[in-house]
Design a protein around this ligand. Structure first.
Ligand code: SF4
Length: 208
């Protein structure tokens, strides 16, 4: 897989560092294609910091970008270690760092990692994806087997983890956004999701 890719705005560089994910979303693009924006995002080993540096370097220097975005064909916070290691270098040219996440980082690592993430990331976009637990399970199919080392988890734990992450995120990150996928929800469900986000203090809401 390619570890760094452009998609749209040339001032942004996306970082794709794992194909592991806690969800099996019915709408996930990775079940339909191995590539995005001409870059292969699926398959192969995960990078270490040197591998990531090499991939970014092939696209430009840190100062050539306004924003780096941890986002790809998997849940980036599996690579919390790399997100933390790369932070100073990614910011060295003045760029900000964004994380696109499903909000399961604390479940994945079996502890509260928001403070660690906040030291390495300026903004987060959290995939809320649903107005309630039932619809989340129907659409996102969280898989407890995706993090066996944490022990017994219910599928509902994943919805609760997303809500917990979103609820506490404004304490830690400069910018917090919740998002849903338009074609998977009715117009009413989109508004219910927006209202849910607002009820936990998240005003920035994206229908993607
Ligand atoms: S959380 Fe994201 S990467 Fe994981 S299955 Fe869902 S859409 Fe795909």
């Amino acid at each position: 897989m390619e570890y760094a890719y452009r998609y749209g705005d040339p001032g942004r560089l996306y970082l794709n560092v794992t194909n592991r994910c806690t969800n099996r979303c019915s709408f996930c693009i990775r079940y339909h294609t191995r590539s995005l924006g001409g870059s292969i995002l699926w398959g192969g080993p995960e990078p270490d910091l040197d591998g990531l540096r090499e991939a970014v370097g092939a696209r430009g220097a840190p100062e050539d970008f306004n924003e780096f975005i941890w986002c790809g064909f998997g849940e980036p916070t599996y690579r919390l270690d790399l997100i933390k290691e790369a932070a100073d270098w990614l910011r060295s040219g003045g760029a900000t760092v964004r994380l696109n996440t499903n909000g399961h980082a604390c479940l994945i690592h079996g502890r509260d990692v928001l403070a660690e993430l906040a030291a390495a990331v300026d903004a987060v976009s959290v995939s809320l994806n649903a107005p309630n637990c039932q619809r989340y399970l129907e659409l996102c199919h969280p898989d407890p087997a995706s993090i066996p080392e944490v022990g017994a988890l219910s599928r509902e734990d994943f919805w609760n983890a997303t809500l917990d992450f979103l609820t506490r995120a404004p304490e830690y990150f400069r910018e917090v956004q919740a998002s849903v996928v338009a074609f998977t929800l009715s117009a009413e469900e989109v508004e219910e999701s927006r209202a849910l986000a607002r009820s936990i203090g998240i005003e920035r809401f994206r229908v993607r």
